[in-house]
Design a protein around this ligand. Sequence first.
Ligand SMILES: [Zn+2]
Ligand SMILES: [Zn+2]
Ligand SMILES: [Zn+2]
Ligand SMILES: [Zn+2]
Length: 447
Amino acid sequence: MKLYSNQDNRHKGGIFMKKRIVKLVSILLAALLLQGCLETKTSDKSENGMPESETVEKSTDADKEETEKEPGKEEKETKAESEASDCLLLVNVNYESNILLAKYSIVVRLDGDEVATLSNGKEYFGSFQVKSGEHELTFEKNGDKDNCNSYVFNVENDCSVFCSLKSHMDHIEITEKNVSAEAVCPEGQHQWEDATCLSPKRCKVCGTTEGEKADHTPGTWQKTKEPTCTEEGEESCVCSVCGETVTRKVDKIPHNVEHWDVVKEPTCTEEGEEKGVCTICGQETTRPVEKIPHDLQDWSVEKEAAFSESGVRVRKCKKCGEVVETEEYDLTEEERLKWLKKNCESGLYDAISRDPDMYKGKYVKFTGTVVQVVSEASGANDCSEYRIATKNGYDKVIFVLIDNYGKSRILEDDKITVYGRCSGLYSYKTVLGAKVTIPLIDVVYYE
Ligand SMILES: [Zn+2]
Ligand SMILES: [Zn+2]
Ligand SMILES: [Zn+2]
Ligand SMILES: [Zn+2]
């Protein structure tokens, strides 16, 4: 049993039962009250389809009702045990102010657990999460278990409440008892029904709602007012869910202009405008005239392409100068060769030897004689390696990598001119063990 904060739920819905008990001083009065409770129960039953005559018979004889009910009651309890619902039980006790009883306090228990101690004239609200089934509220004078008034009631599986008064206590005046319950769902376990135009998304167990109502579900729209070129129209339909009539506006129709005059010519950067007079309403109206297309120049190079780098070229409008088209372009094979011959610098042997890092990636050209075939390419992804003595002298040797797999072999003593990118310096050991460092060229073309 979980105790909620005292007043939170006392005004929430649920089936609410009030029993006014005035001065429980005689057994006779208690019997009448018992009958009152049973009346509530039987009238509920008649709503559920129990024959009216049986209801009347039972409610006229309280003792008989109590006896006859026994077997059915047991059955109900067994059922409740197997599929008990979670219900939120709301309890309201009012200890009516009474000078004679001012010295007593009343201990209130629910199913044996103390939930409140009331002094004269005080009121108590409480809410508890309980399973459906039988529950008992007890009121003890000064906490004396033998001097108590007990109130037994049944919380049904649908969380409605039936009551019966079992005993009473003399001289204690509890003028109002309120007990009701409503279904609760464990956190995050609501059983949602979709939102409709009548209700937001709603839990079919506890009735909790969330979010907004849904839109109406319109049937066929009927025009109730035709739109004109000066006024919106209106149409309506009946919602197939709630039956409400829904209306909405219908857009104006366009003016009917038969002759348009251009008042501003369009350009390639700005729309033009034309105007005309509506033959129906006589109103002068304007409309835009589409821009005219740009007048394109030939392609012009924005960034030159290089041997292994794409360039960028653009087409501009002759009139407004706007760049209308942009594209990348690459050199043709022929242009690449031209580019190499124009851009590869020669005579850099000493410069590279001195500042190799500065020349890394630069396009260079050397002419000379092959002095050694170091290795020959063994596949398409492999390069051949040569040492070439440049024409500046046999002491100025470069190391070159050439991608020539499958082509005519290069032999020692061949005269050769190589074009390519400088890769810095290359070091190797001679047969005699001396370390030699010479420029390294990654060749892209040779002849
Ligand atoms: Zn729920
Ligand atoms: Zn609706
Ligand atoms: Zn018009
Ligand atoms: Zn233009």
